[in-house]
Design a protein around this ligand. Sequence first.
Ligand code: GCU
Length: 360
Amino acid sequence: MLQEKLNARRLPALMTMHNGQPVQTPDGWRERRRELMDLLSREEYGVTPAPPTAVSAAVDPASGQGNSICAGKAVRQLIRLSFDTPGGPFTFTLTLITPTRVPRAPAFVYMDFQANPPSANVPVEEIIDHGFALAAFSYQDITSDGPASDGLAALYPRDEKTGWGKLGMGAFAASRVLDYLETRGDIDEARVGVTGHSRLGKAALWCGAQDERFSMTVANDSGCSGAAISRGKTGESIDIIAKRFPFWFCGNYQAWRGREEEAPFDQHMVVALCAPRRVYVCSASMDDWADPESEFLSCAAASPAWTAHRVPGLITPDALPETDVPLTEGGVCYHKRWGTHDYSRTDWLWQMACRERFHV
Ligand code: GCU
């Protein structure tokens, strides 16, 4: 049944090299991964510049050595992260919340919509009670969410056709947070996840797809140009998103407006770039704009990238997913939570259960 649904979407082949060779092994996948990175960079998100050689950190004097929060169970610090770019130094603020009783905590790098993150709907105390640290930054601290070339966007030369879009800049900043977390000693750097909601779910997915140091990528309600396949998608389309938010992408993405059927790529390829690490796609049952069915089918279509590593991708009954039944047994995880487009406590609880169970 699922296979028929997938066939109807007529997706471009994931496991075939440009030269027609089938991809069946981890080595083969490494080659294919390079092709896909190149394709998605050039046609959709833009090319990510090389990372800086180092990221430096200074505790913001406003937060002293850190404030005790959650009844002493956590410490909250504001940290100014800086790195060099071709246009000069760039600095942004990270809010780091670490659990007091865990000597080396696994962590979430979380992109937030609001200034002074984490925003009120992030269940901080529960994240702490599960033993995770939370490293949150506000995406508009990186660059504004509009056409202006400000913040990080002003500091790198940008090719009109293939230069990175703002989703890519958010993803790049999340990787710089991981650079820093790796230096701290109180974070388990082998267990750092990246996550965000909606447009920031798209950025988180592109981040986890590119940066193989993240053990877990969680794309919440990421929809169009995120986890949802574009072919046959309902709700938002490439035409709509690339018209309203051209600055999220590279210039070349415009060419695929109304032409998703002809594009040499689709979003299952972005999900697949996380292989063989764990990826978790979260949908909401009433989120028609994002289209849960297209997010789910993307997970199924990406799964052969895990199979090539001899690990299962999405483990699912041969049916569309039931609401509120998380599918987290395989390398590709999925749930459709009841409710509207939002990052709910339930989304956090289910992904934390998965991370704890599989130690990722
Ligand atoms: C708009 C946009 C979506 C995006 C969402 C959000 O609705 O069309 O693609 O995910 O904003 O970020 O909240």
